[in-house]
Design a protein around this ligand. Structure first.
Ligand SMILES: [Zn+2]
Length: 239
């Protein structure tokens, strides 16, 4: 069932006149799973199409074909966009350099692409605003602080933290999985974790305007503290 909102869930300001897909439809090739849609204004919906396209190309290069669904996404999704979109092609060749790692963490030989991190982060922020509305039927304020993260690989420590979160697998085939947790005492504080094609991982914290995460902590400690997760037992405690 669709839950409508009078205003756009992305800008939290303009009247919602369209439905937008979360995550962007462009990260799936056909057949697409049933996608989540959320109310959006026309500018937020249509204005993101170039960002969505860049994210798709980034994802194709980052995940690299390592199984049948990532191969399908690369050959019939990302690679087609690179060939069809001269602007994206040019941008990939002119931005800062990103080295691509394979799933075991090794740098893939001779694959070096240039990437604009801010476009990645904007897409992650948009996914976070959309899913927050989808899950909680509340719109995050336009001034809610959203910090985004990018993980090169999923290590065991991260996996142990994610076990405590509620997770959902869109379409059930591991093309897009998200997990989340919200602070019941302060619902503006939440953590979101995203896995794309088992080859790219990103996360986002939301919090009130001006709220500062303790920068001396690791992302994982900040998740535990902000959301009051049970601490992982350390070797000292169990000895
Ligand atoms: Zn909007």
């Amino acid at each position: 069932m669709k839950h409508s909102a009078a205003i756009c869930v992305f800008c939290a300001a303009a009247p919602a006149t369209t439905w937008d897909h979360v995550p962007p439809k462009s990260i799936f090739t056909k057949p697409r799973p049933n996608l989540i849609t959320v109310p959006a204004c026309k500018p937020c919906n249509e204005g993101a199409s170039n960002l969505d396209e860049k994210f798709k190309v980034f994802l194709g290069i980052k995940i690299w074909p390592h199984d049948s669904s990532s191969y399908e996404f690369w050959s019939n999704g990302a690679l087609r966009s690179i060939r069809a979109n001269k602007r994206i092609h040019r941008e990939i060749l002119s931005g800062p350099t990103v080295l691509v790692r394979d799933e075991s963490g090794r740098f893939i030989e001779s694959i070096m692409v240039k990437w604009d991190a801010s476009s990645h982060d904007k897409t992650i922020e948009k996914i976070t605003r959309g899913l927050y509305f989808h899950e909680f039927k509340k719109i995050l304020n336009s001034n809610t602080k959203i910090d985004t993260y990018f993980f090169n690989a999923l290590d065991n420590e991260m996996k142990n933290h994610i076990m405590f979160l509620r997770s959902k697998n869109i379409g059930g085939d591991d093309r897009f999985v998200y997990a989340f947790l919200r602070d019941d005492g302060n619902p503006e504080i939440s953590f979101w974790f995203y896995q794309f094609y088992q080859g790219h991982w990103a996360g986002a914290f939301t919090g009130p305007e001006g709220f500062e995460w303790d920068g001396s902590k690791s992302v994982l400690d900040a998740i535990s503290d902000a959301l009051r997760l049970p601490k992982q037992p350390s070797d000292e405690n169990s000895a």
